[in-house]
Design a protein around this ligand. Structure first.
Ligand code: HEC
Length: 193
């Protein structure tokens, strides 16, 4: 190798390193601006006049009693479920079946998911079953994606979204204190030891 070749070779190596680095930075910035969001500096006047949620009496959905920290955790799970569906649709629109299958695994059934639904639904009869139906339906997204079957995968996503809608029309969170939660748990032990 002649002495003069070396800088070219080095330059090429730098380019190889810089391109992924630059794209990581760009993606990172996009994610950051998404997370930081554009929060309005002040709420419109009318927003302060009405409660964002109807009073319990006007909402006919069944209560899902939860301790405050469980309620927060449940909503975090929910936001992740929605993000997962978004990832699935994005991958599906690009025909990227492996990515569809990977994303769907995040909402599919696992023993851990089952236990979480059971705990969250301890005070709400039927909630656990609806949760399980949802995770089982999400499993079918992975199955159809692994078969590279776009039409069947779309159907599986639609059926899964239906299970989200069904549960949302049936239950609403109800924040309870430790004493009420203990009662719920002890009642549950007497009916399902
Ligand atoms: C087994 C029941 C159940 C299933 C299944 C379910 N959810 Fe939920 N979800 C709830 C409950 C209960 C709430 C709280 C609603 C309330 O208190 O008004 C909620 C709230 C949410 C919220 C609001 C989160 C927030 O921060 O306020 C989102 C978003 C959401 N769900 C998305 C989904 C998506 C997407 C799916 C399906 C892919 C899904 N959920 C499936 C029960 C369920």
């Amino acid at each position: 190798m002649r002495h003069g070749d070396r800088p070219n070779y080095l330059r090429a190596t730098w380019l190889l390193l810089l391109v992924p680095l630059a794209s990581t930075l760009v993606n990172g910035c996009q994610q950051f601006s998404c997370k930081s969001g554009k929060h309005p500096s002040a709420l419109p006047a009318e927003a302060t006049l009405t409660s964002p949620r109807p009073p319990a009496g006007e909402d006919t959905r069944l209560p899902l009693p939860l301790l405050p920290r469980m309620a927060e955790h449940q909503l975090e799970n929910m936001r992740d479920h929605l993000a997962t569906i978004q990832e699935i649709m994005d991958a599906l629109s690009q025909g990227d079946f492996p990515a569809v299958a990977r994303a769907s695994a995040r909402i599919g059934y696992s023993e851990q998911m089952g236990q979480m639904c059971e705990r969250m639904g301890a005070g709400a009869p039927g909630f656990n079953e609806m949760g399980l139906a949802f995770h089982r339906s999400a499993d079918t997204i992975g199955i159809t994606a692994r078969q590279n079957d776009a039409a069947a995968t779309f159907k599986a996503v639609a059926a899964t979204l239906q299970t989200c809608v069904a549960c949302h029309s049936a239950y609403r969170q109800q924040i309870v204190d430790e004493a009420a939660w203990k009662k719920i748990m002890s009642h549950r032990r007497t009916i399902a030891p």
